[in-house]
Design a protein around this ligand. Structure first.
Ligand SMILES: CCCCCCC[C@H](O)CC(=O)SCCNC(=O)CCNC(=O)[C@H](O)C(C)(C)COP(=O)([O-])OP(=O)([O-])OC[C@H]1O[C@@H](n2cnc3c(N)ncnc32)[C@H](O)[C@@H]1OP(=O)([O-])[O-]
Length: 682
């Protein structure tokens, strides 16, 4: 027989009871069948354990029964039925698990054995074979070679511990490990942990257990004390910290209520708009996708459903995607709860769209702009409810990239911010609430970084040198390769709109009172817009080509430019490239914290890790500043700033104050900034 009992809580215990070895007699089999049924029916039971009475799991089929006609439930379907139940079943093995006993355990979902337990399939010694699934399940569990040995000899085994087993390896183990190592190094450039993981597994494959453990200990000690582990753990927490957003008004994630959106609209179906439509639909939201240009609308109606299908398939979604309806008429957004405008990055066009939306949408509709840096307040000002306007700055491709900057203005309501943040979360984004200023956080910091990269070209560096230094640091792509990918004309248009370049603007190296490098403008004027034209800072196989090769044209172009402006090329080290580009970016990060555009360093770091390719194992720019040492950053900024031809590196007041306060760790900066603000030091 088999006894059924329910342990305190939710575990059902089935105890085989048939002394002396709990052989699987007809009565025991019947007992197991009944007990399993009971466990399944009891809603309080969530898992089942099978064990044997008196410290013996089971000695196998009852050999005595073989002599006569079989009665009771047959063993094979009984074990099948156990394997098929949807509550987890574990075999707790003490003493022996032999023959049918081990086959019963193999049908369970988990097996746990006492160190002194003996397991085996001795049927062969009785002129049989393991006929209750043992010959089929065991090789699947332990591999063919070991199963062959066990089943053909019938020899029992001690219950082995993993530490006593050799590591099963393919014959070409070294080439496998070499291949994985080079893949890992390429994928996670400069990251220590993935490399150490491969080294630890190499030790498992090639060394006895004790030596393998020693290697594991050594590797772990190195990782544990590395800055990278601290950076990655910081990145883990900063991702969570940004979800707990707060606004200067005191509104925050825990005192603001978000609306649940079920119907939304996207205006403008260029690259960004299409990605946003897909991202929304993937969450189950019904989307009205509006595009007024006929050609663009026809193309989007063809491309977007395919994108959605591909992405839904890739994510194996539980929720079916929302329905997308395409329209050329802005009037069709009148019934939605939220609109995301994603038209061309042109203020007058956006203002026009917002005015139109304000008249078409029903009162209370949230109006969001996917701008990468334009003034949200200006857009809010042309609507009846400025409180319902926020920026939702997505990153291309919008259905893939994790970052979402949620931009609030002084008039944005907590409800609007909470709704945009919650919507971002539903889309699987890392939403970061940021204040309104040109470029918000990400692009505002990018500007001095790009400026320094251009100045470095003027002073003697090549695009390759700059890119190599940045890629060596851990960026997936250097600044010039990235610029070729996204198109040089994007920045050109913005600079033209800002009056920095274009017809009538004098070609000097100082514009609007600041040093300016016209190099990128001149590249655009020469038709070199990047990958799309097959030529940019690099040359490609043709328009749309992906493989960047250095281009002698660019070298001559730079030499001519330097000659025209009387600049003498000097040799520039990778260290200087990193200092000039990264410290400029970091310095702007301090200005942003000082201006309260970002609530804390974690917000900036999450933005850079999730949206700008900052290597995660370096935590983010602000964390990196802490690791380099704030004093050192300040000293290098001062050094470069004092040079007459390296402008825009004046150290931020906040950085100076932090250094004066003894460079507190990054986790203390928020508190420090708040205190300084109270005492009006910032
Ligand atoms: C369509 C068909 C489907 C078929 C399904 C096939 C299922 C399966 O693959 C076939 C099997 O399991 S084949 C089975 C595979 N299993 C095996 O071959 C295991 C055979 N058993 C052993 O090797 C040893 O008995 C143990 C190591 C279990 C205990 O050793 P120990 O502590 O020195 O004790 P001890 O002194 O040795 O025995 C004590 C008493 O128990 C008695 N008894 C024991 N097993 C019995 C059994 N299965 N049955 C009945 N009785 C069994 C034993 O006779 C003795 O009785 P007695 O009246 O007091 O004299």
């Amino acid at each position: 027989m088999a006894r059924y009992s329910r342990l305190p809580g939710s575990v059902a215990l089935i105890t085989l009871h048939n002394p002396p070895v709990n052989a699987l007699s007809a009565a025991v089999r019947q007992g197991i069948v009944d007990a399993v049924q009971r466990a399944l029916k009891d809603p309080k039971v969530t898992s089942v354990v099978i064990c044997g009475q008196n410290g013996k799991f089971c000695g196998g089929a009852d050999i005595r029964e073989f002599a006569g006609p079989m009665s009771g439930p047959p063993l094979v379907p009984m074990i099948h039925a156990i394997e098929a139940v949807d509550k987890p079943v574990a075999a707790a093995i003490e003493g022996v698990a032999l023959g049918g006993g081990l086959e019963l355990a193999l049908g369970c979902h988990y097996r746990i054995a006492h160190s002194k337990a003996v397991l085996g399939l001795p049927e062969v010694t009785l002129g049989l074979l393991p006929g209750a699934g043992g010959s089929q399940r065991l090789p699947r569990l332990i591999g063919l070679t070991a199963a062959l040995d066990l089943i053909t000899t019938g020899q029992p085994l001690d219950s082995r511990r993993l530490s006593t087993l050799p590591c099963p390896c393919p014959p070409d183990v070294d080439s496998l490990l070499d291949k994985v190592m080079s893949k890992v190094r390429q994928r996670s450039r400069g990251a220590l942990a993935p490399v150490a993981c491969v080294q630890a597994l190499r030790a498992a494959a090639s060394l006895p257990y004790a030596q393998g453990m020693e290697k594991e200990r050594e590797l772990m000690a190195t990782l544990f004390n590395s800055g990278q582990a601290r950076a990655l753990q910081y990145a883990f927490f900063s991702q969570r910290v940004v979800g707990k957003w707060s606004l200067p008004s005191g509104a925050s994630w825990d005192n603001s209520t978000a609306r649940t959106i079920s119907k939304a609209a996207v205006i403008g179906l260029g690259t960004m708009g299409r990605g946003i439509v897909v991202a929304l639909a993937l969450t189950g939201i019904s989307v009205v996708a509006v595009e007024t240009q006929e050609k663009q609308l026809a193309e989007a109606s063809r491309v977007v459903p395919a994108m959605l299908q591909r992405e839904a398939g890739r994510r194996r979604l539980a929720t079916p995607p929302g329905v997308i309806s395409f329209s050329s008429n802005l009037q069709d957004v009148s019934e939605v709860e939220l609109v995301i405008e994603a038209v061309f990055e042109d203020m007058s066009l956006k203002l026009q769209v917002f005015k139109h939306l304000a008249s078409v949408c029903r009162p209370g509709t949230l109006l969001c702009s996917n701008t990468s840096g334009l003034d949200i307040d200006q857009l809010a000002a042309v609507t009846q409810s400025p409180g319902l306007v926020v920026g939702m700055h997505f990153f291309a491709p919008a259905h893939v990239m994790k970052l979402l900057e949620v931009v609030y203005g002084p008039r944005s309501s907590p409800e609007a911010v909470a709704t945009a943040m919650q919507l971002g979360k539903r889309m699987g984004k890392v939403g970061v609430a940021v204040g309104n200023c040109p470029g918000f956080v990400g692009n505002r910091m990018l500007k001095p970084y790009l400026e320094q990269a251009n100045f470095l070209l003027e002073e003697g560096a090549t695009p390759q040198q700059v890119d190599e230094a940045l890629e060596e640091f851990g960026f997936p792509m250097g600044v010039f390769r990235m610029s070729d990918l996204s198109g040089l004309d994007v920045g050109w248009r913005i600079r033209k709109e800002a009056g920095l370049t274009g017809p009538g603007v004098e070609s000097t190296r100082t514009r609007q009172g600041r040093r300016y490098s016209p190099l990128p403008d001149q590249m655009c004027e020469a038709g070199r817009l990047g990958q799309k034209t097959g030529k940019g800072w690099y040359q490609y196989d043709g328009p749309g080509g992906r493989v960047a090769r250095s281009d002698p044209w660019v070298d001559i172009f730079l030499e001519t430019y330097r000659a025209e402006h009387g600049l003498v090329a000097r040799s520039i080290t990778p260290e200087e490239i990193l200092e000039r580009c990264l410290y400029a970016l970091i310095n702007e990060g301090f200005n942003i914290l000082q201006d309260a555009v970002a609530a804390g360093p974690e917000d900036i770091d999450a933005i850079y890790v999730f949206g700008y390719g900052w290597p995660r194992h370096r935590g983010g720019p602000m964390f990196h500043a802490g690791q380099v040492g704030l004093g050192r950053i300040l000293e290098r900024l001062n050094h470069h700033h004092s040079h007459p031809d390296v402008p825009h590196l004046k150290p931020s007041t906040l950085l100076r104050r932090l250094v004066a306060a003894g460079s507190p760790p990054v986790q203390k900066w928020r508190e420090f900034i708040n205190k300084e603000r109270v005492h009006s030091q910032l």
